[in-house]
Ligand binder design. Structure first.
Ligand code: NAP
Ligand code: GLV
Length: 310
């Protein structure tokens, strides 16, 4: 019985230490020099892995993604069709994202982007105090991450709206769903936060049409996937003055290439895909729990619906 760890980005060492403690009966093997018989591999832990090789593990019981978004796993042609694909749902990942979203929302709400510009000009100029009651935060995606951020923002006293595929009821959050719900959701949103999964339906959703439906002076925070954003449309909306600022954590090409116009745009804040990072200790415990369930013959948690793509 063995677990395979396969990633082009993430180092295996901390995961190995955790899994050797949590699942001592499972050997921990690391792609590409995993050794042993591929038939021993029962679980493949992947994060931005090299696509194409999963077909050789014929006894796989699950492919477990060590992150929330599975867009890059679903495009792997070697992903076995009848093996469950599981994504990471973990307290530390959820809290990390809510902290990031709260930080960005408070930054724009408290006019920090303007105070930073004033400081660069050496100007002491108090601005009128912002009105929280008029600063609706609109969250695209009311899933594990969007739902948590929405509730925490509501707890801080922001009016919060959320948009999902199916109807939702969340205390303190005005919920909209589907194509018909999008326009009324956008019209009331001053700070738009994208926490959607990247699917064929959501690719390029942050575009000119969406920005035009937001009130003048709105902000955009994208901490989901770079593929959600039509990059030229954002620059146009910022340069025209319709949008007041954007905070971007994810990009179509990562690392963001040198010379990309986002790097120097005065209204864009950039972080290098760090909005929320998998904390190994906490995530390994969640993964190990799911493996124990499967070994006990029980259905795993957090299985991706491949039809929906998330
Ligand atoms: P989740 O629990 O699967 O929630 C997804 C939400 O999006 C659900 O509310 C879903 O609606 C909604 N949705 C999906 N397709 C839609 C559509 N076509 N129209 C309207 N709503 C739609 O996902 P999550 O765990 O919150 O994670 C969201 C994403 O965050 C991940 O996929 C990943 O890309 C990104 N992420 C980024 C970082 C980072 O560091 N930047 C870290 C972690 C995750 P229903 O509820 O109706 O199904
Ligand atoms: C990070 O981007 C994740 O999907 O967990």
């Amino acid at each position: 019985m063995a677990i395979l760890f396969s990633s082009l980005e993430e180092k295996p060492d901390h995961w190995r230490v955790e899994f050797e403690k949590l699942l001592p009966d499972m050997a921990f093997r690391v792609w590409p020099d995993e050794g042993g018989d591929p038939a021993d591999i029962l679980y493949a832990l992947v994060w931005r892995h090299q696509p194409g090789g999963l077909g050789r593990y014929r006894n796989l019981k699950a492919v477990i993604n060590l992150g929330a978004g599975v867009d890059h796993v679903l495009t792997d042609p070697s992903l076995p069709p009848d093996v469950p694909l599981i994504r990471l749902v973990d307290r530390s990942l959820t809290e990390g994202m809510s902290d990031f979203v709260l930080h960005r929302v408070l930054h724009f709400f408290k006019d920090m982007h303007r105070y930073e510009a004033l400081q660069r000009q050496g100007r002491w100029r108090p601005l009128p105090p912002p009105d929280k009651g008029k600063c609706t935060v609109g969250i695209l995606g009311l899933g594990v991450l969007g739902g948590d951020a929405a509730q925490k923002l509501a707890g801080l006293g922001f009016p919060v709206a959320g948009w999902s595929r199916t109807a939702k009821r969340t205390e303190g959050v005005e919920c909209f769903h589907g194509a018909d719900g999008l326009d009324p959701f956008l019209r009331r949103t001053r700070i738009l936060v994208c926490l959607l999964p990247l699917t064929p339906d959501t690719e390029g959703i942050l575009d000119t049409k969406m920005f035009a439906a937001l009130p003048a002076g709105a902000f955009v925070v994208n901490s989901a996937r770079g593929g959600h954003l039509a990059e030229d449309d954002l620059i146009e909306a910022l340069d025209s003055g319709h949008l007041a600022g954007a905070a971007l954590d994810v990009f179509r090409e990562e690392p963001l290439p040198e010379g990309h116009p986002f790097w120097t745009h005065p209204k864009i804040m950039i972080t290098p895909h760090i909005a929320s990072w998998t904390v190994v200790g906490s995530a390994a415990a969640a993964v190990a729990e799911n493996i124990r369930r499967m070994e006990a013959g029980r259905p795993p948690f957090d299985v991706v619906d491949r039809e929906k793509g998330y």
